[in-house]
Design a protein around this ligand. Structure first.
Ligand code: AMP
Ligand code: MG
Length: 594
């Protein structure tokens, strides 16, 4: 009795210390039509066979000639006034959403460092063989203009690290136009690292190889984890020297320029609206919100007098869901400024992100973030901060009553997030149905993980792979994360509760009470939600080091492996991607410099 009391007291402490962040639950999206987050982790459980057949089906119809590939900028250009000034010099821009801006071609020899077949063929309807052509190198790095393209740089602002930063904008990105694919989906193509624009401020308009490889790999990995995200089609690297002081310590190094061709249904951000509200361009603000609703929030009617409120409510809901999904895979974005938060609630602008290894709510991936503002455990609250800023930006188009209602909607954010995270973590533990103590069970586990510094990804994965019998016998041979976790003095207490909850084992008679296939079902469910491979910093770093000397083999390997994160793969095992991270991984740092 006494020991169960102790466990209870401990778990309450654990649960309360998680506040809004760790234990979360689910609420159905109120608007499933709206910019549907089309993939789920289980959708992505494609066997290599499925992928092959999907690609095979379309191969014959794929475009082989890039000169025939057409994008359109008509919608974006006709919907809004365009910056009247021309030229890529830094300036303050008013009364427009976009500036025309010609990309600056990369200098020196160009090389294809990576291409995503899934994007090139599945979204762009191009035969992946075109990526091997010289044409592709130029089209995908800004040296040649796609048919129909009028390259644009977007004007936006943002709150950075809690403070209004004024005009930011696409300082090194160019929107090339929209492509409507054979499935009728409209994607906006963008180059990142393609040279200066009116929004470059003191920047050089470039991106280096390391940050480009990280964005490419991570955005694709997130997609295959089932998390709403921008996509990446390719990376082109050059010999153009780009100077970077990576850790802001005066140690300037010459790196090389690279360009990522990336795609999203839309690149509009919270900061896209903020800049218009801040500069009192209210007609343009209304125009942009109307455009966004019309183009991306299909279930909202333009005639609805509450359309801006419904729009806000949808973004609140979807943002809560997105951040819960991040937390469920241990993803820390690193720079959750309002200019990096999409209005479509997809993950955008990959910079100093990180996947948490040892479980630690204070994990901060960005070494430049001294105060830990964007620690993994703070992301839910930062989402709230950003949604407050979105509400401020929308206020000029909301009536006084609607503003009051919007505040009430925002108050519901915490509950949506909690419900969603609770649901996700329950699924990570294979729990079906709902029992009173489920939150306690989850919080208890996370607290033990924190105390034992257990690896976030592999603890859940190994719990998915272990049988109930092995669990009961504490047979964790070769299960390094579970070995770490089981060193906790309360592990046996937690295990008893967990096994009882799974209803698999009668503790008095340690035999399986139910058929093996039930336990297999649990394992199967859990393996489809708990990845075996995520993009750990050390994995990216190793691939980057090789890419910097023009060996792109590891980028390709990682890209392939992370396209099947839930499937155990021999090459990944050989590379140690599911093993205990190497010691040198602990010394790795990433910063905002990119
Ligand atoms: P980020 O931290 O990448 O989200 O960028 C924040 C802002 O800085 C955006 O307006 C970027 O376009 C701009 N920016 C970042 N790096 C550069 C660069 N090398 N040249 C010009 N603008 C940049
Ligand atoms: Mg950004």
């Amino acid at each position: 009795m006494q020991s169960s009391y102790k466990v209870l007291a401990f778990a309450l402490v654990a649960a309360s210390s998680f506040t809004s962040v760790h234990v979360l639950e689910f609420c159905q999206s109120t608007d499933s039509d709206c910019h549907s987050h089309d993939s789920t982790a289980s959708d992505n459980q494609l066997s290599p066979h499925t992928v092959k057949s999907r690609w095979n089906i379309s191969v014959s119809n794929l475009l082989k000639d890039l000169d025939q590939f057409r994008v359109s900028c008509k919608k974006l250009i006709e919907a809004f006034p365009i910056d009247e000034v021309d030229g890529n010099f830094a300036r303050s821009v008013k009364n427009c959403i976009f500036s025309r801006s010609i990309p600056t071609p990369l200098k020196g020899r160009l090389r294809l460092a990576a291409a995503s077949k899934d994007v090139i063929e599945g979204i762009l309807d191009l035969d992946v063989a075109v990526t091997q052509s010289d044409d592709f190198l130029h089209y995908a790095s800004g040296g040649r203009r796609l048919s129909g393209s009028v390259p644009l740089a977007h004007r936006y602002g943002g709150h950075q690290f809690g403070y209004w930063a004024g005009q930011l904008g696409d300082g090194r990105a160019h929107s090339l136009g929209q492509y409507t694919n054979r499935r009728g989906e409209v994607w906006e193509l963008q180059l990142k690292g393609s040279g200066k624009t009116p929004y470059s401020r003191s920047g050089d308009g470039r991106a280096v190889i390391r940050s480009s490889v990280r964005e490419f790999l991570c955005s694709e990995a997130m997609h295959f984890l089932g998390i709403p995200t921008s996509r990446a089609a390719s990376i082109i690297v050059s010999d153009e020297p780009v100077k970077r002081d990576q850790f802001y310590n005066g140690n300037v190094k010459t790196e090389r320029g690279a360009v990522v061709l990336r795609l999203a249904k839309s690149w509009f951000r919270i900061g896209s609206l903020e800049i218009l509200a801040q500069s009192r361009e209210i007609n343009l603000l209304r125009k942009l919100v109307d455009f966004v609703i019309d183009e991306y929030f299909f279930s909202i009617s333009q005639d609805d007098p509450d359309k801006y409120l419904v729009f806000y409510s949808t973004v609140v809901n979807e943002t809560a869901h997105l951040i819960a999904r991040w937390m469920s895979v241990g993803f820390a974005h690193g720079v959750c400024n309002t200019d990096n938060f999409s209005l479509l609630s997809i993950t955008i602008d990959y910079g100093p992100f990180g996947f948490m290894e040892s479980y630690n709510p204070n994990f901060v991936p960005n070494t430049s973030d001294d105060e830990g503002r964007y620690s993994i455990g703070a992301q839910a609250n930062v989402g709230l901060f950003n949604l407050e800023k979105l509400l401020l930006a929308l206020s000029p188009v909301l009536s006084t009553n609607q503003q009051k209602e919007a505040k009430i909607i925002l108050k519901g954010y915490g509950d949506i997030y909690q419900m969603r995270i609770h649901q996700l973590f329950k699924a990570k533990l294979g729990l079906l149905g709902e029992e009173e103590d489920d939150g306690y069970l989850i919080a208890f586990l996370l607290k033990m993980m924190e105390d034992t510094q257990s690896d976030f990804t592999m603890t859940f994965r190994q719990l998915s792979e272990v049988s109930a019998r092995q669990l009961h016998n504490r047979n964790f041979t070769q299960m390094w994360a579970l070995e770490d976790l089981s060193s906790h003095k309360l592990f046996s207490d937690w295990l008893s509760i967990y096994l009882l909850r799974l209803n698999r084992v009668d503790l008095k008679v340690p035999l399986l009470r139910q058929q093996n296939d039930s336990d297999l079902d649990r394992q199967h469910r859990m393996k489809n939600i708990n990845p075996r491979y995520v993009l750990r910093n050390w994995m990216a770093e190793s691939a980057i080091r090789k890419a910097e000397v023009n060996d792109f083999s590891e980028v390709e390997l990682l890209h392939h492996i992370l396209s099947f994160p839930f499937v155990t793969q021999e090459t990944a095992e050989e590379a140690g991607y599911a093993a205990r991270p190497p010691l040198w991984a602990k010394r790795l740092k990433v910063s905002c410099s990119s």
